[in-house]
Design a protein around this ligand. Structure first.
Ligand SMILES: [Zn+2]
Length: 92
């Protein structure tokens, strides 16, 4: 005779499976959530655009850039300097 019943064995196996898949699932959710958070941060820091630039002020991470009408170079909107060409509208 076995020292354990088949029902107990099945239950144990089932419990192990549940725990195993539970851990796997939790780990995957954690990874997904981390990636989502990272994406969100990158999106906030990255594009910025013209939406709400009140927060990106002092650190100078994303200084507003304007395109030079003449030469097409991008210069900082505040204190724009000439790119060196004579036609450039900015003081150099
Ligand atoms: Zn220019």
């Amino acid at each position: 005779m076995f020292g354990f019943s088949i029902q107990k064995l099945l239950f144990t196996v089932a419990a192990i499976f549940v725990v195993w898949y539970g851990f796997k699932w939790v780990g995957r959710m954690k990874k997904v959530r981390e990636r989502e958070a990272r994406d969100r941060l990158r999106r906030q820091a990255g594009t910025g655009g013209g939406a709400g630039n009140s927060e990106s002020g002092e650190s100078g991470v994303a200084e507003e850039m304007v395109e030079c009408q003449t030469c097409g170079a991008f210069v900082a909107a505040t204190g724009a300097k000439s790119c060196g060409k004579e036609e450039c509208p900015y003081p150099g």
